[in-house]
Design a protein around this ligand. Sequence first.
Ligand code: SF4
Ligand code: SF4
Length: 184
Amino acid sequence: MKRQEHTVSAFEAIEALITGFATTFKHLFRKPITEQYPEYKRPLPARTRARIILTRDPDGGERCVACYLCSAVCPVSCISMQSAEKEDGRRYAAWFRINFARCIYCGLCEEACPTSAIQLTPEFENCEKDILTLVCEKKDLLVDHQGKDKEYNFYKYAGVATAVGKKGEHIKEERPVNIKTNLP
Ligand code: SF4
Ligand code: SF4
């Protein structure tokens, strides 16, 4: 019985060897593919997880409402910020910092973000000799476009205060939820 098992394994090994050599032989006659990086940069899929940006609403406003969710979910604690609020009730990050030296590009911050503000992009060339230059501030992260999510505008749903009324007092606008009433 044991002898038969050995025979089968030997046969499988030979078969694997032949398959391997056949693959090598096949490639001997193929034109080699050499990518001349960095002169040629292969286009990457839009969902590639590399450098992080902070995007804007279609109306040009900052999308980030400084809710701290990305910071809380980040497994390596590389996001920090300070929240602030404008007179019209629009929250924003007074400062926002990402330490790319720690970031593992897992994409959890993007998934947690309720406003599509933080997004990972395919731009992967962000290596630096000086590690401190990998600490990026809001001015380095904030872009002037919507990234992957072109339409979403959080404040169309959340409302803002105007000269006509407070949040939730405009036509077809619901009053903001007091989140403390949602606590168990
Ligand atoms: S991609 Fe991952 S590690 Fe990098 S900032 Fe986002 S949550 Fe943190
Ligand atoms: S980037 Fe998104 S998740 Fe992070 S604080 Fe801003 S709104 Fe919240």
